[in-house]
Design a protein around this ligand. Structure first.
Ligand code: ZN
Ligand code: FE
Length: 257
């Protein structure tokens, strides 16, 4: 399974999964249809599935037009997004599985950014392969999604599920927010040497307009403050007595950053 990253809107990424053997493609969170159709045509593939992580328009905006072009597409989304995702046919819950290109993804229920948010995790199926995580707006490179519909407790539980995946899992998050996220991260965890190094690399990459996605779970664990709510230094920086409070305060500080 080949993953292509398609930039869309101002800072979104759409991901196109390609199965060269079967000449099929699937798309994760099509913000727009046009760039997806162009990529699918250039691969001479048939689009068979839309995998949506949540209902926001910058993730489902292309659904209808893609369906009009490929009427046989199956549209997947979270069960609790019923009525909010255009064309949705499959209503996924935690532990459900979906298949593409001979790989099977596990559905993770990750509420917080929205109440119905899901993630698609493809574990490695062969030695030497990495897992692929499509996490929408839950985990970002160096950050996490805003809490529009969920509580900090829900978001921490969601991020903990992602944190528990293997370190080499590739993290395909849906926005290029990394530089801004790491600027905030440095403001609360400035002594973290891994973070300092990552910031320098990301600054360099962005100055050349290079993408910083995918990231990896291992890199996020060592540098992303929103996966480090239980680290003593972040609890003391935020004057917190426990991890949930530290996460809540970090999220509030980031909202105002
Ligand atoms: Zn969103
Ligand atoms: Fe988004």
């Amino acid at each position: 399974m080949q993953v292509y990253r398609i930039p869309a809107l101002s800072d979104n990424y759409i991901f196109l999964l390609h199965d060269p053997d079967r000449h099929q493609a699937a798309v994760v969170d099509p913000a727009q249809a046009k760039p997806v159709l162009e990529k699918v045509r250039s691969l001479d593939a048939e689009l068979t599935a839309i995998f949506n992580t949540h209902h926001h328009s910058d993730h489902v905006g292309g659904n209808q037009e893609l369906l009009a072009n490929f009427p046989q597409i199956t549209v997947y989304g979270g069960a609790e997004d019923r009525g909010r995702i255009p064309g949705q046919q499959v209503f996924l819950q935690a532990g459900d599985r979906v298949s593409f290109a001979g790989r099977t993804a596990e559905i993770l229920f990750v509420p917080g950014h929205t109440k119905a948010h899901i993630a698609y995790y493809f574990p490695p199926s062969n030695p030497g392969e990495t897992g692929e995580l499509f996490c929408g707006d839950t985990l970002f490179a160096g950050g996490c999604g805003r809490l529009f519909e969920g509580t900090p407790t829900q978001m921490v539980a969601s991020l903990e599920q992602l944190r528990n995946l293997p370190d080499d899992t590739r993290v395909w998050c849906a926005h290029e927010y990394t530089l801004k996220n790491l600027q905030f991260a440095l403001s609360v965890d400035g002594e973290n040497l891994d973070l300092q190094q990552r910031f320098a690399e990301v600054k360099e990459a962005r100055s050349k307009s290079q993408p910083t996605v995918p990231s990896s779970i291992g890199l996020e664990k060592s540098t992303n403050p929103f996966l480090r709510w239980d680290f003593p230094n972040l609890q003391s920086t935020t004057n917190s007595r426990d991890g949930i409070q530290a996460f809540t305060r970090l999220r509030g500080m980031k909202d105002r950053f």
